[in-house]
Design a protein around this ligand. Structure first.
Ligand SMILES: NC(=O)c1ccc[n+]([C@@H]2O[C@H](COP(=O)([O-])OP(=O)(O)OC[C@H]3O[C@@H](n4cnc5c(N)ncnc54)[C@H](O)[C@@H]3O)[C@@H](O)[C@H]2O)c1
Length: 274
């Protein structure tokens, strides 16, 4: 195999949220491979630091930031700190997300859904995306080049029972992506979403325990067996790795995707096709 073809990201700077989580780490690895300098942000500073150490260990340039995306002041500071410490900002990856609050319940039937889970999903998944985009957009537009990639979900393309609050929040991310894509397009900034399918992560492990207790046919299964049950229902019968999502993000951030905006790319083994 010859050398990788440069995709125009070498030396550019990306800010990734939720970078301490499973998918965030995969996104960081893929963007680092493209030669990007990384600001890795997470509400857990320890998680962000571990991700930054991993990126630096692989020869990349990375800084760790503590960031609660639901706080406007912290979003503004994260953008300022990224620019000050890494010399610019070219791509923002809104990956931070939650399935619900600390005491997650499944919303099946709907009468079991709690306001806490609804509010937690909207606070991080929707308001968090809005606030960081609002903080970063003036800068991206002023330099007349920028990339925003929002991590939605297959659940944002297909109403998903048991987690209707999460599904609705991820659909909101897609429509927000489209609205912002239209606003930002004349300024050289693209805005797209990636919709992951099934990635084994702490988020899924938590969800699987609840499914086991509530959904018929899953009784007695381990969290991993519950997860595999859902993977087996997808056309390709393959779970996604964090790097599967990271490569989609790298593509959308690259020059190769310069005429793609307002899209929601499913990376889900063909589970949703439209
Ligand atoms: N795992 C899946 O199968 C799957 C499928 C579809 C979409 N997603 C989406 O992918 C993204 C990453 O999920 P994951 O599976 O890696 O989950 P994860 O729980 O491993 O990681 C999520 C990260 O976000 C951070 N976070 C939570 N609230 C935050 C806040 N307010 N501010 C900043 N950071 C915050 C957490 O600390 C954690 O490090 C999420 O948006 C999730 O909804 C995941």
């Amino acid at each position: 195999m010859g050398p990788a073809r440069a995709r125009g990201l070498e030396g550019r700077v990306a800010l990734v949220t939720g970078a301490g989580g499973s998918i965030g780490r995969g996104i960081a690895r893929c963007l680092a491979e493209e030669g990007m300098a990384l600001a890795l942000a997470d509400v857990s500073l320890a998680g962000a630091e571990a991700a930054a150490a991993e990126a630096e260990g692989r020869g990349g340039r990375a800084i760790a930031l503590g960031l609660d995306v639901a706080r406007a002041d912290q979003c503004r500071s994260a953008v300022g700190e990224t620019r000050a410490r890494l010399g610019g900002l070219h791509a923002v990856v809104n990956n931070a997300g939650v399935i619900g609050g600390p005491d997650l319940k499944l919303g099946l039937p709907l009468s079991d859904l709690t306001e806490e889970d609804w509010d937690a999903a909207y606070e991080v998944n929707v308001k968090g995306v809005f606030l960081l985009c609002q903080a970063a957009l003036p800068h991206l537009q002023a330099q007349r080049w920028g990339r925003i990639v929002n991590i939605s979900s297959r659940a944002g393309r297909h109403g998903t029972p048991a987690i209707p609050h999460y599904s609705a929040s991820k659909a909101a991310v897609i429509i927000f992506t489209q609205a912002l894509a239209r606003e930002a397009a004349p300024h050289g900034v693209t805005v797209n979403a990636v919709c992951p399918g099934l990635i084994w992560s702490p988020m899924w492990e938590r969800l699987a325990r609840l499914y086991e207790a509530k959904l018929p046919g899953l009784e007695g299964k381990s969290p991993r067996e519950v997860f595999d049950h859902f993977v087996a229902q997808t056309p390709l019968r393959r779970e996604q790795t964090p790097e599967d999502i990271g490569r989609a993000v790298a593509f959308l951030a690259s020059e190769d995707a310069r005429t793609i905006t307002g899209q929601a790319l499913l990376v889900d083994s063909g589970a949703v096709m439209y």
